[in-house]
Write a protein that binds this ligand. Structure first.
Ligand code: SF4
Length: 342
């Protein structure tokens, strides 16, 4: 199996007090564990982050990663340079504290020769919960402070786009920033301020509530939109546009457990107890029949092999996102076996 351009997700905390109604991790916020780095965890992260085959290191959480900014900055410090980091956040800190966070992040990545894109949630579900909104503030910070290692983009789970477009344009106007938004593709817009371009990515909502506004994509529509964006069939793994092969998509949980993203039925190891590198992770992938099927066969084909029952239909409608599908199917005896034997 040829694999290139891996994506490494590190979930650094389960703590979050924001309380989005749709949150898939709300049950974990009570325990509220945050990642700490043991000696072996640092050695493993050094190996994983600095491998040439890694295209991006994305720091997020099963909570709000700003609640563990210290470990985020420690992780940035493990890079040997030339790496692209990403930090996915609601940006909820008061603005003075947010500016300190940006200053420190920029200081570390610039010293190491890395970059970090700050990806701010800009959808109706987050915005209504966040008092200190970071969108206008962040582009204003960018213009005033010109941090050489930072860039900004936006993400939204309003796939109908209406809320996000209107919110961002008005919010930026409050900060004296005139912006135009145009459509780039089925799940992408670009926000233009003068000569600067800022991406807006749309993802579909997992477990949409009854009565969710029209315009949301269903699972099949979402898969078709991703396929149009990357110009290849949707399989699991980090999708790269042709002629590149796909890469591994690996996620590390706050307790150090390591999984292939979306395939949490099979733990690959733990950051604190096992020696990890990309070769070892790839060996796990190749040995595991379910992961192998999901990485090599289009998901639409795998779905067509399952019996078209009411149960399957209701799971697909409820989950509405391919990366949550395996977890849901695993809860029902026999549903995943057809893929493991594929
Ligand atoms: S900010 Fe993220 S982790 Fe926190 S409640 Fe909202 S969706 Fe959940």
């Amino acid at each position: 199996m040829e694999l290139q351009g891996h994506l490494l997700y590190i979930d650094i905390t389960q703590i979050c007090g924001i309380g989005c109604a749709f949150c898939m991790y709300a049950d974990k916020h009570k325990a509220g564990m945050s990642m700490e780095l043991s000696t072996l965890a640092r050695e493993n992260l050094v190996a994983l982050i600095n491998a040439p085959s890694v295209k991006r290191i994305s720091i997020s959480g099963e909570g709000e990663p700003l609640n563990n900014a210290k470990v985020f900055h420690e992780i940035l410090g493990l890079s040997n340079g030339g790496k692209s980091f990403e930090f996915i956040t609601s940006g909820f800190f008061p603005h003075a504290k947010m500016a300190e966070f940006y200053d420190e992040t920029d200081r570390i990545v610039t010293a190491n020769g890395d970059t970090c894109n700050i990806r701010l949630s800009a959808d109706s579900h987050h915005i209504e919960k966040v008092k200190w909104r970071a969108h206008g503030f962040s582009l204003d910070y960018l213009q005033r402070c010109q941090p050489s290692g930072l860039s900004f983009s936006f993400r939204s789970i309003d796939t109908d786009r209406h809320f996000t477009r209107e919110y961002l344009t008005k919010e930026l106007q409050h900060w004296g920033i005139e912006a135009n938004i145009s459509e780039l593709g089925p799940l992408e817009d670009v926000l233009v301020v003068g000569e600067q371009h800022f991406g807006i990515d749309y993802k579909n909502l997992v477990h949409p509530a009854v009565g969710t506004a029209e315009g949301y994509l269903d699972m099949h529509g979402y898969i078709a939109a991703i396929e149009a964006k990357v110009n290849k069939h949707f399989t699991f793994g980090s999708l790269n546009r042709p002629p590149l092969a796909n890469g591994m998509d690996v996620t590390i949980k706050p307790n150090g457990d390591v999984y292939l993203y979306g395939i949490e039925t099979h733990r690959l190891g733990n950051l604190h107890f096992d020696r990890l590198d990309w070769q070892r992770l790839q060996a796990h992938l190749v040995r595991n029949p379910l992961a192998r099927a999901l990485y090599t066969q289009p998901l639409t084909e795998l779905l067509s092999r399952l019996e078209n029952t009411d149960l399957l239909h209701s799971i697909i409608t409820r989950v509405n996102n391919p990366y949550w599908l395996v977890k849901e199917l695993a809860g029902h005896d026999g549903l995943l076996q057809a893929w493991e034997a594929a």
